[in-house]
Design a binder for this molecule. Sequence first.
Ligand SMILES: Cc1cc2nc3c(=O)[nH]c(=O)nc-3n(C[C@H](O)[C@H](O)[C@H](O)COP(=O)(O)OP(=O)(O)OC[C@H]3O[C@@H](n4cnc5c(N)ncnc54)[C@H](O)[C@@H]3O)c2cc1C
Length: 298
Amino acid sequence: MQNDFDVLIIGKGPAGISAALYALRAGLSVLIVAKDAGALSRAHAIANYYGLESAITGKELAQRGEDQAKKLGAEFFTGEVIDLMFAEKFHVRVKYENAETEFLAKSVIIAAGSVRSKAPVPGLDAFEGKGVSYCAVCDGFFYRKKNVAVLGSGAYALAEASELLPLAASVSICTLGEKTTVEIPADYALETEKIVAVEGEGKVQKIRFESGKEIAVDGIFVAIGTASAADLARKTGAAVQKNKLAVDEKRMTTVPGLFAAGDCLGGILQVAVAVGDGAKAGLGAIEFVRNLKAKESK
Ligand SMILES: Cc1cc2nc3c(=O)[nH]c(=O)nc-3n(C[C@H](O)[C@H](O)[C@H](O)COP(=O)(O)OP(=O)(O)OC[C@H]3O[C@@H](n4cnc5c(N)ncnc54)[C@H](O)[C@@H]3O)c2cc1C
């Protein structure tokens, strides 16, 4: 499989597939990276979408979309996007099975849906901006030679921890009572108990676990479950307001070439809206890539 695409789309729900259909029909190379079928896989019956005379299951609608994009030449890759950065091109790091790979793209469309796992930690929200962060690459610098903890038990938590390791004095990975789904190297202190409290005078100072054990930390990075659309966008420096990505009418974020569509933008969480958004983002990406290619050929 080639690893350099015109457009890389994160998510194969209605928004991602709709964006892909436009980009493919415009002759661009498209890779769709997704970990699963998204919200549609949980919908028993979709009856309120255009052209569906009888209700069909969400799974069937998702499969129809995927088949349609494949027929036009879309490439699919099953995996979890754990990092996104821009250096001349977009670099998209993906964890799959027991391995990692990186894809390059001129333009990226985030269509990652609305799921965001909240950390089950009492009192954590009160420390947001006072030691609690959701982006290691954005805020890691502030914790040079300090002790930090990463909350999470999967590939995304480990990826965030690996950003912090070269900077911080120590990095603890706190799984909040969950089993780890990746092997945690010995470089990290592994805390598997549930957290009962985060404490500090005006800023994070310590974490208290169920058994009464305490660890002193200056910063806590939340990386529960999979990286959300906002988590990924933040890594590129794109503006995120109240956990939602800021986009223009073409669905472009504040980073040129980075688009977002569908439930991850909030508002009305419906297939029809996601499909419309995907169309706008797809058309925006076509314009962006064509302009880029025109500049490069001069
Ligand atoms: C139970 C239920 C019933 C519903 N019923 C209806 C209905 O009747 N009518 C209606 O119009 N709408 C309904 N909806 C809403 C509809 O399913 C969503 O609005 C729509 O699916 C949103 O599309 P999307 O493409 O934005 O996101 P999603 O469909 O959620 O797709 C998100 C995609 O992003 C991928 N992804 C996320 N993070 C990552 C990552 N880090 N790495 C790789 N991939 C990632 C996911 O695997 C998935 O492929 C229902 C939703 C649910 C849950």
